[in-house]
Design a protein around this ligand. Structure first.
Ligand SMILES: O=C(O)c1ccc(O)c(O)c1
Ligand SMILES: [Mg+2]
Length: 634
């Protein structure tokens, strides 16, 4: 598969865009006219920059409002086209993208449009050039690729081809199956874009909200399967108009684009109907099986405070690292690592962010497969020297430069603890409070990063996206994207906000970047857990009475249950599968906090959400509440 991307998809000047495109490993680039017009150099200079970077110049675009015009506009359109052909000759590109006319003076009529394209094709042929015709979803008379194809077919000229764009086809609801009857050799170029399912004007949606494959909701796998049936063997070219990307890092956006295309073609190769018999370029997505550990970067002082906090939460020290200032704390199946070593990754992370979650360990079905996918998907891996006899646990870079380590149920990575740690079941603390496992991990990031991480998690591992939700924080809106592994074995919630005043926003600005903001543990009996936690001197986050008065009527709950919720500062939610109970600690060092949840099942599977309806109550309570006094009272 050869890949390309239109310059309009990235921020920066033309030079920055082109170098980002080359760095992400694309084969070609579509030059957007605006990027050319604003460039301080001639078309030959642009052509040289493109070829020096090893890129092919796939197309020059867009050429607007051409077909079906009356005179004198028609003659002027041909003159304009000749001028574009001059530029293309110097640029070194063969293909001009002609998008369907939106002008109110255009006349319509399939044969008139076909005659115009045929004449333009004839003129292009004289210069060894080709034109490709694309139906814009908001075209005046042509807004459907089936009509565009009929025009191209009737133009019947070897230098006139069809351009397909996933956005225009899918946004308009044109059946992708209609692509299967188009001959692949008449398709000049295929543009690929994803988009969120939003009920809005198609032009506005296209110009501001397109996104990389896998970041939106469009059925691109179906589109590609239909395309494969045509025999099309040309470039897949990203054309992504997106306000965030125009403002973001061109390198990050370009890498996201490449990652999205690689993941898309991986899905096509793995689908049952795979008309071209494509072979997957990497192993299948490994399943996340559980959270093996959470590692905290601290210094000596905050390590002492964290021990006290975790002790109050019922954790006990269960091991000491053989060569580093690292401790393992445990409860149920939860492993927490307190790293106060003065060297290595955790220490650098502490220097940059302060006390923080610096790494997460995920148990996955295939560590080698995860690392192989990471390479193909441009996710950087991480290694650091380990002591002799110690395990090297494969890792990739996660959110905010933190690490995601991978372990697996069998083989050398099955038991990481007995290798690097001296294990001692010194219960130390006040005793178990009933925490069983990590239920979910919530990470805060900038708005721009949210799409990057949604795509990275889902492309790399078997995570499924849930619907995005907006949550009100006293400081602004927070957008939340949940991901879950099969059976809820691992759940990750990504939060971001454009406001610097929300909890998510403050997390980023005060602590230098994105990261894990809270970890939720599962209890089998949340009320008993809260009582045990209180007995240890750790008070849950106080929840206002108004909340309980409201849920009483909202869910029609038993008054005894409402009283119990109120007494324990436990929040409540219910979905079609069951009930959810949740409570929070205050924040530790103003940086991260913990949640305790209980998921109950009505019948089959348990409640699946995260209590989104309760999040505003929690956020407001946190905004009011002082951080946890660092060492809990005993
Ligand atoms: O938004 C536009 O005008 C526009 C231009 C060229 C394209 O290829 C396209 O898909 C949209
Ligand atoms: Mg297009």
């Amino acid at each position: 598969m050869k890949t390309s991307i239109a310059t309009v998809s990235l921020s920066g000047d033309l030079e920055e865009k082109l170098s980002a495109i080359a760095a992400a490993g694309f084969d070609g680039v579509e030059i957007f006219e605006n990027d050319f017009l604003t460039f301080d150099g001639g078309p030959r200079d642009v052509g040289r920059m493109v070829s020096d970077l090893g890129l092919a110049c796939v197309a020059f675009q867009p050429f607007r409002d051409f077909e079906g015009l009356p005179e004198p506009e028609r003659a002027r359109a041909f003159a304009r086209a000749e001028r574009k052909f001059d530029v293309m000759e110097e640029l070194g590109t063969k293909l001009l993208l002609v998008c369907s006319n939106v002008s109110p003076v255009s006349l319509g009529g399939i044969d008139r449009a076909a005659a115009d394209l045929r004449e333009l094709g004839e003129r292009a042929a004289k210069r060894g050039l080709t034109i490709g015709y694309e139906a814009l979803a908001w075209g005046r008379h042509v807004s459907d690729h089936r009509d565009a194809w009929e025009i191209v077919r009737r133009a019947d000229h070897p230098n006139v081809g069809l351009i397909l764009d996933t956005y225009h086809t899918i946004a308009r609801g044109v059946p992708v199956e209609s692509i299967r009857s188009i001959p692949g050799d008449r398709i000049a170029l295929v543009q690929v874009a994803d988009a969120p399912k939003l009920d809005m004007d198609l032009l506005q949606l296209s110009r501001h909200f397109r996104c990389m494959p896998g970041q939106g909701d469009y059925p691109l796998v179906d589109f590609m399967q239909a395309l494969d049936a045509t025999g099309y063997d040309g470039m897949l070219s990203l054309e992504i108009f997106n306000d965030q990307f125009r403002a973001g890092s061109p390198r990050q956006t370009a890498a996201d684009g490449k990652r999205g295309l690689v993941f898309l073609m991986d899905q096509v190769a793995r689908s049952k109907t795979n008309p071209r018999g494509r072979k997957p370029a990497m192993p299948a997505r490994p399943a996340p099986l559980g959270v093996e550990f959470i590692e905290f970067a601290v210094d000596e002082d905050t390590a002492a405070q964290l021990r006290g906090f975790l002790g109050g939460l019922g954790f006990h020290k269960a091991g000491t690292h053989r060569s580093k200032a690292v401790e393992l704390w445990r409860q149920g199946a939860v492993n927490l690592v307190i790293n106060s070593d003065k060297e290595g990754f955790a220490h650098s992370s502490y220097i940059v962010h302060g006390p923080s979650v610096c790494a997460i360990g995920l148990r996955v079905s295939d560590v080698e497969g995860a690392m192989a996918r990471a390479r193909e998907l441009l996710v950087p891996s991480f290694t650091q020297a380990v002591g002799s006899g110690e395990l090297e646990i494969p890792a990739i870079r996660g959110v905010g430069g933190s690490l995601i380590h991978f372990v697996e149920p069998t083989g050398p990575l099955a038991d990481i603890w007995s290798v690097d740690f001296t294990l001692s079941d010194d219960t130390g603390g006040a005793g178990d409070i009933g925490l069983k496992r990590v239920d979910h991990i919530a990470q805060s990031m900038s708005y721009e990063e949210m799409l990057t991480w949604t795509l990275t998690y889902t492309a790399l591992l078997d995570f499924e996206k849930e619907a995005q939700v907006d949550i009100t924080d006293p400081g602004g809106l927070v957008r939340s994207q949940a991901l879950h592994a099969p059976g809820g074995a691992v759940r990750v919630v990504l939060n971001s906000s454009q406001s610097a005043k929300t909890q998510s926003g403050r997390f980023l600005s005060e602590f230098f970047g994105a990261g894990t903001q809270h970890v939720a543990f599962e209890s089998a009996d949340i009320f008993a857990t809260v009582r045990a936690m209180k007995a240890n001197g750790l008070e849950p986050l106080p929840i206002p009475d108004n909340y309980y008065d409201d849920i009483d009527v909202r869910f029609g709950l038993d008054p005894a249950l409402v009283a119990e919720l109120r007494d324990h500062d436990v929040l409540y939610d219910r979905d079609g599968d069951g009930e959810y109970f949740q409570t929070y600690t205050r924040t530790f060092a103003d940086r991260f906090f913990f949640e305790i949840v209980e998921r109950r099942a009505d019948g089959g599977r348990a409640y699946q959400g995260f209590g989104a309806a309760n999040a505003p109550v929690r956020l407001a309570a946190q905004a009011r509440s002082a951080p946890e006094p660092t060492v809990p009272r005993r």
